[in-house]
Each structure stands twice: as structure tokens, then as C-alpha cells.
Design a protein around this ligand. Structure first.
Ligand code: SAH
Ligand code: SF4
Length: 424
């Protein structure tokens, strides 16, 4: 792997900031008046070529499916049949549906199951228990997802956007900028493929995909509508969804407060994870540009309200960066801020930073990690150090696609990995 000193994706600078919403549908309104505000989306140089993915079964509600079926001369009950194949058996190859009329298979495949994600590269690590897939999309964009086998569960980390516009400087996806939102179908297809692979024994014995985390590329709250539609289909019971318990789904956000508040109203008991990374606004604003839009107090207020309404403990994500946010005073300040809201409402997940090439930040020393955890524990806060699954394969989501882009631009990125998976 060749080393580079300038930033591999941008020749040393983050792409020009421009205000824009990530889609033409109204989302959570992260960037109204984006060019004037304190926070601006970072758009990829490719963002202008974004196009909508072909409409897929997962993008349609029942009425739309019935309409689409009618258009190809199929009665309503055929839609339910397709739903059973899709959600209960993870199948999209209509040609092989022996219970489906031969003459309509091609038309049904075309109308309902366009190929949205194509496996381009699979890398494995951790003795085969981590599998990272780079997917190529219909417009040539790349995203990735990571499947991780643990003793008692299989967790999939998925992407919600192509790149990300939030611009966190320590994150490989952030350096890519935002190209476009994923469609609901593109999000759900990552889940279906992983569920199918798990059932097919990708880790040895046939097993069940049990957990899904939105910790891959992108900011889920920036693609709110498609993310929530996908969540409903991940947790619905077959034949309306894959039957993965909402309690086993985690939505991670950089702290988009209106998104958190909308999610409260959905009343789906998913776990909320908030990427805090710093205990005070001055520091957080340097690590998470979005903090200039929604500060720590606003983010924690919303996170605590989420806890109150969902009765689900909120996860606080905290990437430990050497000498930056990993000192005892940071841990004490974090504990004070969290305890301000009461006991037992959060779980802190510090993760050693996986540095990306060209970034001034690096991972904490193990003794600083241990001291950080100790202080939180003594303050009565539950905290578990996250593992860094797949750090030898450019880690988890964002980094492999980032590398792909860098490979195209200048040969190699040197991006290192991270993982969004809690230890078991
Ligand atoms: N955009 C969302 C979800 C995707 S990022 C969010 O920021 O929460 C998933 C997690 O990976 C976040 O907690 C993010 O801060 C963290 N992360 C990003 N780059 C990282 C790196 N280089 N090392 C460790 N964690 C990283
Ligand atoms: Fe986007 Fe999350 Fe990366 Fe920040 S950490 S740039 S919000 S993917």
C-alpha cells in the first residue's frame, strides 16, 4: 500500500461546502439556508450526477404493488406471494419461483426486483467472522456493509447514504462528501442479502441475521424517510418485513436533533446511538461540525427524551483520540453531563479511533482508554469499550468505499478501519 501525505480523496482539502438538502424529498431539514448557517453540508464532487434508483418492491406500499401488478396483468394475491418470497425467504429471483406463472415471471422481475446492489468485493477478517462487502449501485456509486458473527448473534452494519455530508474530519466517509441518499430499496437490499447469506451458512451453519445497525456510510437522519421505511420492513413480521426485532436495530446519528425528535414520534422501539465524541461544545465543534447547528445540550436533551419515551437506553458513541478527547478531565466532564439527566439512561461506547491517512488524530493509548472507562464506571455510568472488528480490512463501513474512490483518484488511500459493533 502506498502512503500519501495529502488527503487521498480531496488532494488535501475537504470538498467545497455548499448548502443543499440531500434529496428532493423534504427530509429532516438539516440544512435550511445551508450556505449561510454555521453548519454546511459537504457535497461530493459527484453529487450532481445523482439519480434515483429504479423503483423496487421495497419502495412500494401495498397499494402501489397491487397497481404495479395490475399493470402487468397480475391479480392481487400474486403480490402477497412475492412478499412471502422476499421477506420470508429472502428471494428475488422470480425465474425460480415455481409457484408463479411462467409467463409472468420476467415481467414481475422487471416490475418489482430490479438489481439494485451488485457485490463488487468481499473481504473477510477476524478468522472469517467479519465479512465486509463493497456494493456497486446502478449509477456506479459504491457503498459498503459489514456482517459480523458473534457467539450469540449476527450483526449487520449498513449504509444509508452514498458518502456523507456531515464532514466529521476523522471519518473516511465524511471526507467523501455526500453524493446522494440511498433509496429504501437500496437500504433494504443490504439487509436481505445479509439475511440470505446468514441463512445460507456463510459463517458455517445456517444462522439468522439478528441485529442491524445504521453505522455504515452516511447519516441516517439525513435520509430520514427512506431509513424509517426500511426500518419498518426490517422489523415487520413476514410477509411484511424480515422479522428482526426493532430492539435489535440501532440508528446512529451525529446529533441531528429534529431527526431524533421525529423518531420519537414513530414509536418504533429501535435503539438510538448518538455520536458525541466530546464532552464540551468547544471541542465537539472541532470534531463534529454539526455541533455548530445542534449543540451538546440540545442533542442530549433530545436523546434523553428518546430514552423517556422509548424506555430504551441510549448509546453514546465516543471515538477516543489520543490527547484530544481522552483525558481524565474529558471523562469527568462527560460523566457530569450525562448524570445531569439521571441514572441508567445511557450506555457509553468508547471506541479507539481508527485513524485515516492524513488526519492529525490517532488512537488513544490503551492506558488512557482504561482510565477513561474507569472514571465513567466510578461515576456510575455503564460503558464498554467497542471492538475494532476488521481493522485489517479497512475496518467497517465507509473506509473501503473511501479507499475505492482513492484508488481511482491516486492509487491508494491508506484508510484504516473502524467498526460499529459492540463487544459481546
Ligand atoms: N453518521 C452516523 C452513522 C455512521 S458513522 C454517525 O455519525 O453516528 C458510525 C460511527 O462510526 C459513528 O459513531 C462515527 O462517529 C464513528 N466513526 C467514524 N469514523 C471513525 C473512525 N475513524 N474511528 C472510529 N469511529 C469512527
Ligand atoms: Fe457522516 Fe457519521 Fe462520518 Fe460524521 S461520523 S462524517 S456523520 S458518517
Amino acid at each position: 500500500m502506498t502512503e500519501s501525505t495529502t488527503h487521498p480523496f480531496t488532494n488535501g482539502s475537504v470538498p467545497a461546502a455548499r448548502g443543499a438538502n440531500a434529496d428532493d424529498e423534504p427530509e429532516t431539514g438539516i440544512t435550511p439556508g445551508g450556505t449561510q448557517g454555521a453548519f454546511r453540508d459537504v457535497l461530493s464532487k459527484d453529487h450532481a450526477r445523482r439519480a434515483k434508483a429504479p423503483t423496487h418492491f421495497a419502495d412500494m406500499d401495498r397499494e402501489e404493488r397491487i397497481e404495479a401488478a395490475k399493470a402487468i396483468g397480475l391479480p392481487k394475491f400474486r403480490v402477497d406471494q412475492l412478499a412471502r418470497h422476499y421477506y420470508a425467504h429472502f428471494e428475488t429471483d422470480v425465474e425460480s419461483f415455481t409457484d408463479f406463472p411462467q409467463a409472468s415471471r420476467e415481467a414481475a422481475r422487471h416490475a418489482f426486483f430490479p438489481r439494485l446492489i451488485d457485490e463488487e468485493l468481499v473481504q473477510t477478517a477476524d478468522n472469517g467472522t467479519t465479512r465486509k462487502t463493497l456494493w456497486k449501485l446502478f449509477d456506479g456509486s459504491r457503498i459498503e456493509s459489514v456482517l459480523m458473527k458473534y457467539p450469540s448473534r449476527i450483526t449487520l452494519c449498513i449504509s444509508s447514504q452514498v458518502g456523507c455530508g456531515m464532514g466529521c474530519p476523522f471519518c473516511a466517509t465524511g471526507h467523501l462528501g455526500l453524493t446522494r441518499n440511498l433509496s429504501c430499496g437500496e437500504i433494504l437490499e443490504q439487509v436481505r442479502c445479509a439475511a440470505n447469506a446468514s441463512a445460507g451458512g456463510v459463517f458455517g451453519e445456517p444462522d439468522r441475521l439478528s441485529n442491524v445497525v445504521f453505522m455504515g456510510m452516511g447519516e441516517p437522519m439525513g435520509n430520514y424517510r427512506s431509513v424509517v421505511r426500511a426500518i419498518r420492513q426490517i422489523c415487520g413480521e413476514p410477509p411484511t418485513g424480515f422479522g428482526i426485532s426493532a430492539r435489535n436495530i440501532t440508528v446512529s446519528t451525529v446529533g441531528v436533533v429534529p431527526g431524533i425528535r421525529k423518531l420519537i414520534d414513530e414509536k418504533i422501539p429501535v435503539r438510538l446511538a448518538v455520536s458525541l465524541h466530546a464532552p464540551n461544545d468547544e471541542l465537539r465543534s472541532t470534531l463534529v461540525p454539526m455541533n455548530k447547528r445542534f449543540n451538546i445540550e440540545q442533542v442530549l436533551d433530545a436523546a434523553h427524551d428518546y430514552y423517556l419515551s422509548s424506555h430504551r437506553r441510549v448509546s453514546i458513541e465516543y471515538a477516543l483520540m489520543r490527547g484530544i478527547n481522552d483525558q481524565p478531565e474529558h471523562a469527568r466532564q462527560l460523566a457530569r453531563r450525562l448524570n445531569h439527566y439521571g441514572d441508567d439512561w445511557v450506555h457509553v461506547n468508547p471506541i479507539p479511533l481508527n485513524p485515516i491517512e492524513g488526519s492529525p488524530w490517532t488512537a488513544s493509548k490503551p492506558e488512557d482508554e482504561a482510565a477513561f472507562l474507569d472514571i465513567l464506571h466510578h461515576a456510575g455510568i455503564t460503558a464498554t469499550l467497542r471492538d475494532t472488528r476488521g481493522s485489517d480490512i479497512d475496518g467497517a463501513c465507509g473506509q473501503l468505499a473511501a479507499r475505492h474512490v482513492a484508488d481511482q483518484v491516486m492509487g491508494d488511500s491508506g484508510a484504516k478501519g473502524r467498526s460499529g459493533a459492540p463487544r459481546e
